[in-house]
Design a protein around this ligand. Structure first.
Ligand code: CAA
Length: 380
């Protein structure tokens, strides 16, 4: 068994860490306040190949592996969780399904735009009445001539307000329930497509989270992804990949919070000595560091299994996502605790990291959904 990263993976880690230190740490504070989508940063990331990490080079991507994608998302999220998920959604929830299930024309048309950051991607599955029960979506699509006509509303769509390319799920046959769901590539600006309520979130505040509204929206029939009725498998197969990246995002937030706790505990003096000399503080630091390492191993192992070409890795990605999410909430809470009252103020980044961490346990399937996926895989 070899735990070493390859030279290329180390290069990705060092390059993204350097970029995040220089460009993202300050920006994270600002965009948390303003909720501004970080287009300037994304353009720079596109130049570094970070918007299409696993997309083959022939479609404008960097042609790297899923371990590199996880490493990049971790390093970005260590500085800025909003940017971490924006990049994850572009890579694994939008480019990935187009690359994996799309035909040649779709790949040639949409992947270069996503990789170059000319358009950002989003994933339209969740609806007001269909969150955990993703198979119960109500949006519909009916074929009329050369177009599918989409109707319905999508809710809580990360990147939604700024994205230009959407992978959207709708029922082409209501009777068949989840087997009647199909996937479509929808462009912003399509007739009958508009953006609804912008969500003001507790954390990851710069992610342009909004509703998508389809009112007799015309989508060219060549934008059907895969075949009619394949949508639910495309959705869950995509989320399996993306859960690895959300695990990586959670590890990044946790690592950032641990580093802040270590730094503060060395600077802050109470009872005549730095607080890092107290065993309660040392205990928290040991606890945080060990849990983060365990979470990172689960994330990298899930990515490794995907890289090996395994068809189903739902078990490994759900374990990584679940454990890393819980660790992020726990570690950011402990980091606040190390900071004492200062950790509750906006003078220190742990206040934001604590808020950012909560979403980890909610999106891409709640922790409870991950446990269902894990248990079903083991009991099957
Ligand atoms: N890959 C491919 N196919 C899969 C699959 C997978 N991972 N998991 C299940 N399937 C197939 C099953 O084999 C089954 O196929 P058949 O009908 O042909 O037998 C079919 O899908 C239905 O499977 P289940 O009976 O297991 O489905 P279910 O209705 O019980 O739901 C679930 C399963 C795990 C609960 C699923 O609905 C789920 O994961 N829910 C959570 C939804 C979620 O994660 N949403 C995230 C939205 S995106 C997001 O959050 C992005 C963001 O903001 C950043």
């Amino acid at each position: 068994m070899n735990f070493d990263l390859t030279d290329n993976q180390k290069l990705v880690r060092d390059m993204v860490r350097d970029f995040a230190e220089k460009e993202l740490k300050e920006k994270a504070v600002e965009i948390d306040k303003t909720q501004e989508f970080p287009w300037d940063i994304l353009k720079k990331m596109a130049e570094l190949g970070l918007l299409g990490i696993v997309v083959p080079e022939e479609y404008g991507g960097a042609g790297m592996d899923f371990i590199s994608l996880a490493i990049a998302v971790e390093e970005i999220s260590r500085a800025c969780a909003s940017t971490g998920v924006i990049v994850a959604v572009n890579n694994s929830l939008t480019a990935y399904p187009i690359e994996h299930w799309g035909n040649e024309d779709q790949k040639k048309k949409y992947l270069p735009l996503l990789c170059k950051g000319e358009k950002i991607g989003a994933f339209g599955l969740t609806e007001p009445n269909a969150g955990s029960d993703a198979g119960s979506i109500e949006s519909t699509a009916r074929l009329e001539g050369d177009y599918y006509i989409l109707n319905g509303t999508k809710r809580f769509i990360t990147n939604g307000g700024e994205a230009g390319i959407f992978v959207v799920f709708a029922l082409t046959n209501k009777e068949l329930k989840h087997k009647g769901i199909s996937a479509f590539i929808v462009e912003d600006g399509s007739e009958g497509f508009s953006k609804g309520k912008h969500e003001e979130l507790m954390g990851i505040r710069a992610t342009a989270n909004c509703e998508l509204i389809f009112e007799d929206c015309k989508v060219p029939k060549e934008n059907l992804l895969g075949e009619e009725g394949m949508g639910f498998k495309i959705a869950l197969g995509t989320i399996d990949v993306s859960r690895i990246d959300i695990g990586a995002q959670a590890v990044g937030i946790s690592q950032g919070a641990l580093e802040e706790a270590i730094k503060y505990s060395k600077e802050r003096k109470q009872f005549g000595k730095p607080i890092c000399e107290f065993e309660f503080i040392q205990g928290m630091i040991a606890d945080m560091a060990t849990k983060i390492n365990a979470a990172r191993l689960l994330v990298l192992r899930a990515a490794y299994i995907k890289d090996k070409g395994e068809k189903r890795f739902s078990l490994e990605s759900a374990m990584a996502k679940w454990y890393a999410s819980e660790v992020a909430v726990d570690v950011t809470r402990q980091s606040c605790q190390v900071h004492g009252g200062y950790g509750y103020t906006k003078d220190y980044p742990v206040e934001r990291m604590f808020r950012d961490s909560k979403i980890m346990e909610l999106y891409e399937g709640t922790s409870e959904i991950q446990k269902i996926v894990i248990a079903r895989s083991l009991l099957r």
